[in-house]
Write a protein that binds this ligand. Structure first.
Ligand code: PMP
Length: 364
C-alpha cells in the first residue's frame, strides 16, 4: 500500500552513510555555468550531424563493446584495442574498475580533497576510503598548495590496499603530479596494488614536468589510465569515458560493465569527435589562454591560487565560501562551492572570466 513505511528491508550500512554527490548547480536565465568543468563550446556541426544520424537507430541496442570506438581510441593513442574499455562516462568506468579489484573491506587510497565521486564509488564497491591530505604549501610559501602528497600516499599503503587513485590534474585544486614524483611514488607501490591515473583534464595540461602517462603505463603493468570525452572533447552530455589497461585487467573491467552501457548516439558522437581533433584542440588552446587570463587576473587582485593545469581554478575562501558562491551566482556566474573550503571556477566564455574577475575583486 502506498505510504506505508518499510522499516524491514535494510540498505547496506555503507550506502546509508554515503556522502551526497552534489552536482554543479544549473543556472537559471542567462547566467554563466562555471560549476561543472564543462566545455563552453557546443559540439561542431560534424558531431551534431553524427548524433542526428545515429538517432535513426535508437530502436536497436548499441554495439555492446563499442568496437569501432574502442579501435579508434586505441589507434588515436597508440595502444592495442584490447587494452581499452569504454564506459558511460569515466565515472562509471571508475566504478567498474573498483568493482573488479576491490574485495569487501579493501582500502582505496586517494588524495583529499579530490574528485568527490571517489569516496562514493569506493563505498558502493564495498571498499574503505583512505584520504591523504593534499599539501598545504606551508613549507614553500604556497607553491605546493593543493598538490597531491604522493610521498604520504605511498606511506598510506598497507596490506589491505587494493587501489590507489591519482587524480592529475587534481579536481578541484588544479595542479598536476610531476614526472619525478610519480616515478618515485610508483617505485614504492607494491606490484599487486592497482594505480589508477585519472586524467580527466589531460588535454589542458601544459606543464612540461607533467608525466607522459602512456609512457608510465607502458613501464608499469599495475597502472591504468582513466580518460574522458566530457571535458576537452565537449561531450559531457553524452557520457563517454574509457580506461587504458593491460588486456587481462581490461577483460576484468569489461566483465563488470553495465551491458550496452554506452548508447549508439554517444559512440557515434565520440567517433565523430576523433575525426575533428584539430578543431577540438584549437578550442582547448583557447580555453588554456582563457585560464591564464583568469589566473593572472586573480593573482593581480592579490589572491593566492594553486597552479592549475585543468579547465578550472581553485579559490580557497574558507568560511566565506558559501557567501561568495551566492554572490557570484547573483551576479550571473554560477560556481562550485565546497563548504568551508573554497570555490572551484570553471574556465568558460571570455565574458564569464570578465564577470567573475569583477565579482572576485569585491571580495578582497
Ligand atoms: N575524473 C575527474 C577528476 C573528474 O573531475 C570528472 C568529472 N567531474 C570525472 C572523472 C568524470 O567525468 P565523466 O564521467 O564525465 O567522464
Amino acid at each position: 500500500m502506498l505510504g506505508v513505511v518499510n522499516d524491514h528491508v535494510r540498505l547496506r550500512p555503507q550506502i546509508e552513510a554515503l556522502p551526497a554527490y552534489v552536482p554543479g548547480a544549473r543556472p537559471s536565465g542567462s547566467a554563466f555555468k562555471l560549476s561543472s568543468n564543462e566545455n563552453p563550446f557546443p559540439p561542431p556541426p560534424s558531431i551534431v550531424a553524427a548524433i542526428i544520424d545515429a538517432a535513426q537507430e535508437t530502436n536497436r541496442y548499441p554495439d555492446m563493446y563499442a568496437t569501432e570506438l574502442t579501435e579508434a581510441i586505441a589507434a588515436h593513442i597508440g595502444v592495442d584495442a584490447d587494452q581499452v574499455v569504454v564506459g558511460n562516462g569515466s565515472v562509471a568506468v571508475l566504478s567498474h574498475i573498483l568493482e573488479a579489484f576491490v574485495n569487501p573491506g579493501d582500502e582505496v587510497v586517494f588524495g583529499w580533497r579530490s574528485f568527490e565521486a571517489y569516496p562514493i564509488a569506493v563505498a558502493v564497491a564495498g571498499g574503505e576510503s583512505v584520504r591523504v591530505p593534499l599539501l598545504d604549501g606551508a613549507a614553500d610559501d604556497g607553491a605546493s598548495a593543493g598538490r597531491l602528497d604522493l610521498a604520504a600516499m605511498a606511506d598510506a599503503i598497507t596490506d589491505r590496499t587494493a587501489v590507489v587513485l591519482v587524480c592529475t590534474p587534481n579536481n578541484p585544486t588544479g595542479p598536476v603530479v610531476r614526472v619525478d614524483e610519480l616515478d618515485a611514488f610508483l617505485a614504492r607501490v607494491p606490484r599487486d596494488v592497482l594505480v589508477v591515473i585519472d586524467e580527466a583534464y589531460l588535454e589542458f595540461v601544459r606543464d612540461p614536468q607533467a608525466p607522459d602517462a602512456l609512457a608510465v603505463f607502458a613501464d608499469h603493468p599495475n597502472v591504468v589510465l582513466l580518460r574522458t570525452f566530457s571535458k576537452a572533447y565537449g561531450l559531457a552530455g553524452l557520457r563517454v569515458g574509457y580506461v587504458v589497461a593491460r588486456k587481462r585487467l581490461a577483460d576484468g573491467i569489461r566483465a563488470t560493465a553495465t551491458p550496452f552501457g554506452v548508447s549508439h548516439v554517444a559512440q557515434q558522437a565520440a567517433l565523430a569527435a576523433l575525426r575533428v581533433t584539430d578543431e577540438l584542440e584549437e578550442r582547448v588552446e583557447a580555453l588554456v589562454a582563457e585560464r591564464a587570463r583568469l589566473v593572472d587576473g586573480l593573482r593581480e587582485q592579490g589572491w593566492t591560487v594553486p597552479q592549475t593545469e585543468a579547465n578550472f581554478v581553485w579559490l580557497p575562501l574558507g568560511d566565506r565560501t558559501a557567501t561568495c558562491a551566492a554572490e557570484a551566482a547573483a551576479a550571473g556566474a554560477v560556481v562550485r562551492p565546497f563548504a568551508g573550503e573554497g570555490i572551484r571556477v570553471s574556465v568558460g566564455e571570455r565574458e564569464a572570466t570578465d564577470l567573475f574577475l569583477k565579482v572576485a575583486a569585491t571580495w578582497r
